[in-house]
Design a binder for this molecule. Structure first.
Ligand code: C2E
Ligand code: CA
Ligand code: CA
Ligand code: CA
Length: 273
């Protein structure tokens, strides 16, 4: 048994080593990804629940390294631990605002990591980018997670208030997966809650997920907020989300994330059938 334990410990060490190696490689290559032109933006439509009118697009970053694509779910957290996130984030925002100009009126919904959101003078930074691009603040939705705002709630509330005053839209992403206290939520100037895909996915299977989805929609409506359901893949989910009163939907059923050309076409079509 002792021997077995030692082997397990060694395997464990090796997998940690492997993880550290991968992490180092990603960090090293990611810092050159922009210069090497390996990054790309994709856009996924967000539609109104009743009409399927395309009201906006979420901007989702893609990185194709020499050896193939790497998921943002993997490299974003690594970038987030270093200053790389700022460089990446600057690129994402600039690109998104550029592509947005080709759409008739839709907004672009950009993900900002906690570290970006907490950076010194975030409000001034976003305003400057939007002014430089010649775009109305109403056409930029800022997606942040609970993690970004609940650590220093006081300061986050102030930042959100100022952003909202300037006309930006604010969506609280992955709602329900973090540690937001419902007590705090009313202090934040928000426009929408985004229900995490995990709950939508479980909705048809488990009573618990369905109950959570209903509660989030109910809460959002009671607070006068929009509620965006992400990861919608089936007609059945649409029917349930309609009945529950979600205001907006996003997911593969409507469209996968597409490149700038694809987004322009969808934006001009204006509706998804
Ligand atoms: P997220 O913000 O929750 O984005 C939604 C994710 O769900 C995206 O994954 C999207 O492609 C995927 N998705 C959308 N509809 C469906 C569906 O119907 N079914 C399934 N199975 N998946 C769907 P993606 O693009 O891999 O991004 C993963 C995460 O990486 C994002 O989660 C976000 O947290 C982060 N991320 C992506 N781009 C950026 C970025 O530019 N900046 C920052 N800070 N984070 C980003
Ligand atoms: Ca998001
Ligand atoms: Ca999300
Ligand atoms: Ca999510």
């Amino acid at each position: 048994a002792k021997r077995h334990g030692r082997n397990v410990a060694r395997l464990f060490d090796e997998s940690i080593d492997e993880e550290i190696r991968i992490r180092r490689r990603i960090e090293a290559n990611l810092s050159q990804a922009i210069a090497r032109d390996e990054l790309g933006m994709t856009f996924q439509p967000i539609v109104a629940n009743d009409t399927f009118e395309v009201v906006g697009f979420e901007a989702l970053l893609r990185w194709t390294e020499e050896s193939g694509p790497i998921s943002p779910g993997v490299f974003i957290p690594i970038a987030e631990e270093s200053n790389l996130i700022h460089e990446l984030g600057d690129w994402v925002l600039a690109k998104s605002l550029e592509v947005l100009k080709e759409w008739p009126g839709q907004y672009v919904s950009v993900n900002f990591s906690p570290r970006q959101f907490r950076r010194h003078n975030f409000v001034g930074y976003v305003m400057e980018q939007v002014l430089r691009a010649g775009i109305a603040p109403q056409r930029l939705q800022i997606e942040i997670t609970e993690t970004a705002i609940f650590d220093d709630a006081e300061r986050a509330a102030e930042t959100l208030y100022r952003l909202r005053q300037m006309g930006f839209r604010i969506a609280l992403d992955d709602f329900g997966t973090g540690y937001s206290s419902l007590y705090n939520i009313r202090k934040f100037a928000l426009d929408s809650l985004k229900i995490d895909r995990g709950f939508i996915e479980g909705m048809g299977r488990e009573r618990e997920s369905a109950a959570i989805v209903h509660s989030i929609i109910h809460l959002g409506r009671a607070l006068g907020l929009g509620v965006i359901a992400e990861g919608v893949e089936t007609e059945m989910q649409v029917a349930m989300l309609r009945a529950a009163g979600a205001s907006h939907l996003q997911g593969y059923l409507f469209s996968h994330p597409v490149n700038a050309d694809g987004a322009r076409a969808l934006a001009h079509a204006g509706i998804i059938h």
